[in-house]
Design a protein around this ligand. Structure first.
Ligand code: PBG
Length: 330
């Protein structure tokens, strides 16, 4: 070693054994949640462009997917139900609720099931709520009512955790209230509290059939999701969800909002989840497919960044590969 420097930092980097001993953060599959898509009206599993190893499952294949995931060490899931029938209001949670019941029947309490609560996969126009009569904005209170109804139905069907991703005002309070009124107050609420208006949701919207569509004045989700240049909004939105009864808060997307995760998780002492969303996941996959990056190592690097920034929960399409990826790092 070079004897000319007095401060030697490389001593602690010299071997895997030493590096392992001095590591401050470790990623594990136990802290990960695997997203699942279950789609009505398809007859076989479909691939999702960009999301290697993630599928649009049928009600039958989703059970096999979960079985395989359990073998890979994954026991926590977030379910996205995609019904065939779309509408504008008085939407039905029946398809997703039935899937929750079937999954629960098959796997009992071996697995933890969170369910995404939103209307975008159920509406004809792909917006996350019920539109105003003029169809120029999403009506907050009409939407919150439907969301609470969805959440209650999912909870009754056996979900452990309700995860509202719509970004309406007051949805957490409304969900907490219906749970309380139905003796289901032990159910968790994991709120997408700091959900930004992002371009990184692209592959997901294909998978969940949820992109804004049709001839509406409303072309995007900017009037309800948080602007990327307004982190104070994310703070206030998270504080509100906490006060309204959320148990777990979330930053989404992850990597482009790492500063927000770091700040919020030190300001608000609650468990923080981070969602490595479809676009950020696919970016790594596509670079790896081009031979420009070691995909597994890049995922582990990003997951480590999430933990470093204060997340205790990582929602990622790679949960089912994590054990292998982490082992291959050893
Ligand atoms: C539903 C919802 C979205 C995601 C999770 N729940 C899409 C959106 O808001 O447009 C994104 C997840 C991902 O991109 O992986 N509102």
């Amino acid at each position: 070693m070079d004897q000319t420097t007095s401060i030697n930092l490389r001593r602690l980097r010299q071997s895997r054994a030493v590096r392992e001993l001095v590591q401050e953060y470790r990623v594990s599959v136990e802290q990960m949640i695997q997203p699942l898509f279950v789609v009505e009206g398809i007859t076989s599993q479909q691939m999702i462009p960009g999301l290697t190893g993630t599928f649009r499952d049928t009600p039958e294949t989703v059970l096999k997917t979960i079985e395989k995931d359990i073998e890979a060490g994954v026991r926590k899931f977030i379910l996205f139900g995609v019904p065939v029938e779309k509408g504008e209001n008085q939407l039905s949670p029946a398809f997703t609720s039935y899937q929750i019941e079937e999954i629960r029947k098959q796997f009992g309490n071996d697995i933890f099931i969170a369910v995404d609560v939103c209307l975008c996969s159920s509406t004809t126009h792909g917006q996350c709520g019920v539109l105003s009569p003029e169809k120029d904005h999403v009506d907050n209170s009409a939407t919150v009512q439907e969301l609470a109804n969805f959440a209650l139905s999912y909870a009754q069907a056996g979900a452990d955790c309700l995860a509202p991703s719509d970004m309406m005002d007051g949805r957490v309070a409304a969900i907490r209230k219906v749970l309380k009124d139905s003796q289901l107050n032990h159910k968790l609420i994991m709120s997408y509290s700091a959900k930004f208006h992002s371009r990184f949701y692209g592959p997901f919207r294909l998978a969940a059939d949820s992109a804004p569509k049709g001839d509406l004045k409303l072309k995007d989700r900017a009037t309800y999701q948080i602007d990327s240049a307004s982190p104070k909004d994310a703070y206030l939105s998270s504080l509100r969800d906490l006060e309204e009864g959320a148990d777990i808060l979330m930053v989404k997307p992850g990597l482009p909002y790492l500063d927000v995760l770091s700040r919020l998780s030190s300001q608000i002492q609650k468990p923080w989840a981070v969602y490595q969303v479809s676009g950020e996941y696919a970016a790594i996959e596509l670079l790896a497919q081009q031979g420009l990056m070691n995909g597994p190592a890049a995922h582990v690097e990003v997951w480590t960044a999430f933990i470093r920034a204060g997340a205790s929960i990582i929602i990622t399409y790679g949960a089912r590969f994590a054990r292998n990826y982490l082992r291959s790092m050893e």
